[in-house]
Ligand binder design. Structure first.
Ligand code: NDP
Length: 474
């Protein structure tokens, strides 16, 4: 028994996580269903303290007690299979960490099952892609706090470090809390991407910027409030030329099919928002935007038969359109994160997780895909008020919303009049207007419900439940 920790799954994430852990002075046992991958991985890193195993029993026996095992395999059924096998091989007090993108419902179920055998289980969100896994990811572990304490020294070392040196890892909460937070992280990531993509699309198709110009615009935005990984890679992507066509001047984006795929985490965020009653229009619209993009054939046909606005009805952008688009994008981002954190708060109550929102913003500042300067502002907001109900109630975010709303409205109006879809930017403006509305037309809605279904209504002037006599029974 020599290894400090084991990693199961020798695809990109597992390999890089193993190397990251090893680089901090640990001996790491590695195992993969297909032995050849374990073999070639270890052969390619002969100088590292890696212990290969080709049978799960050998892998388990190679670990120091209490054993610590990170699973980095395809989410879903494969994880249940491995857990079943491990349960019969492990001892009480051993810790299994599922670092894949598990659905949090699965994590809650798995945690309960393994608890019966006295095995600790952490469901840990890992963000940052393969580079993050290797050089420092953002880690979102949930499960028994005692189990977290057992692996904390390792996780703290391998996690990304924020600009102030704080490791991007914290104990998130019990059972499925870590995977839930990772799910929301991914949902927010969908929203960020869609907001950027909409802005690119309207600047390109309404204003007429070419791809090189857009690359420079995004690069400039990355110097300011929007400074973030996703804006940075967007600038980079837009500067790249196609490597397969003979014409080396064709931007690679123009050769990529416009069908946006997904692996489910964004959809799960929306599904749970529905389940717990969280207003989550932004992530949801970003998921729908991917779905409609997948209907390429239908869109190609519709483009022939469904006209957009007539030329004479289209509006010319202002000379300040780039600045307005930048502000609209930041405004959209604020609405998205406001919704995301409200969902986290509602989930925390529903599932009894006692999430610490400020800590979550803190561990998203580096390592992960949504890392951004902006997350420091969220960290600061929760530091001032740990139970802040909505980011829009913080003076910084309220101030920005007040200042940028005009640009957001103008950009949404411009896009709409010119026939360019902006589902997330318009959802952002609608959310802002709904959230700040003293009166919403839900009064009429309640009347409709009472009219056709006798669902009753509440009054503004007295307590109780009322039913209006809409019609006399014959
Ligand atoms: P994949 O999701 O592509 O999964 C491949 C790995 O899963 C291989 O090791 C494969 O083994 C193993 N596997 C598949 N089916 C089974 C099975 N039935 N039994 C045992 N092992 C199985 O790998 P990634 O490295 O991309 O991701 C690992 C996890 O991390 C996933 O949950 C993913 O969602 C998550 N993740 C991925 C990120 C990324 O950027 N790729 C970022 C953050 C999280 P074999 O070689 O034998 O086929």
């Amino acid at each position: 028994n020599q290894a400090d920790i084991g990693v199961i799954g020798m695809a990109v994430m597992g390999k890089n996580l193993a190397l990251n852990i090893e680089s901090h002075g640990y001996t790491v046992s590695v195992f993969n269903r297909t032995s050849a991958k374990t073999k070639s991985f270890v052969e390619n890193h002969e100088d590292k303290n890696l212990v290969p195993s080709f049978k799960l029993t050998d892998f388990v026996n190679s670990l120091k007690a209490p054993r610590k095992i990170i699973i980095m395999i395809k989410a879903g059924k494969p994880v249940d299979n491995i857990l079943n096998q491990l349960a019969s091989l492990l001892d009480k007090g051993d810790v299994i960490i599922d670092g894949g993108n598990a659905n949090f419902h699965d994590t809650i179920r798995r945690s309960a099952n393994l608890t019966k055998d006295g095995i600790y289980f952490l469901g840990m969100g890992v963000s940052g892609g393969e580079q993050g896994a290797l050089h420092g990811p953002s880690l979102m572990p949930g499960g028994q706090e005692k189990a977290y304490e057992m692996v904390k020294p390792i996780l703290t070392k391998i996690a990304a470090k924020a600009h102030d040196g704080t490791p991007c890892v914290t104990y998130v909460g019990p059972n499925g809390a870590g995977h839930y937070v990772k799910m929301i992280h991914n949902g927010i990531e969908y929203g960020d991407e869609e907001l950027i993509d909409e802005t690119y699309n309207l600047l390109r198709n309404i204003v007429g910027f070419n791809v090189d110009q857009l690359s420079k615009i995004f690069a400039k935005w990355n110097q300011g409030e929007l400074d973030s990984y996703l804006i940075k890679i967007t600038a980079d992507i837009l500067s790249r030329k196609d490597d397969l066509s003979s014409d080396q001047s064709v931007p690679i984006v123009d050769m990529i099919l416009d069908e946006g795929e997904n692996k489910g985490t964004g959809r799960w965020s929306s599904e749970d928002a529905m389940a717990i009653g969280a207003p989550q229009s932004l992530i949801t619209e970003s998921v729908f935007a991917r779905f409609i993009s997948m209907m390429k054939n239908q869109r190609m046909h519709a483009a022939q038969v469904l006209p957009g606005p007539e030329k004479k009805d289209q509006v010319k952008p202002d000379k300040d359109v780039v600045e307005e688009a930048c502000q609209a994008l930041y405004f959209g981002k604020i609405m998205s994160y406001a919704q995301g954190f409200v969902q986290l708060e509602m989930a925390s109550k529903t599932y009894k997780w006692h999430l610490k929102y400020g800590k979550l913003a803190q561990i998203w500042r580096a390592g992960c895909i949504i890392r951004a300067k902006f997350l420091q502002k969220i960290t600061d907001a929760f530091a001032k008020k740990p139970n802040l109900q909505n980011l829009l109630m913080d003076s910084y975010f309220a101030g920005i919303a007040k200042k940028y709303q005009k640009s957001a409205r103008k950009i949404v109006a411009l896009a709409t009049l010119d026939g360019i879809p902006v589902p997330c930017l318009s959802a952002a403006v609608s959310y802002y207007d709904s959230f700040r509305a003293k009166v919403l037309p839900a009064n009429l809605l309640q009347a409709q419900r009472d009219y056709f279904g006798a669902h009753t209504y509440h009054r503004i002037d007295r307590p109780g439940t009322f039913h209006y006599t809409w019609y006399k029974e014959e």
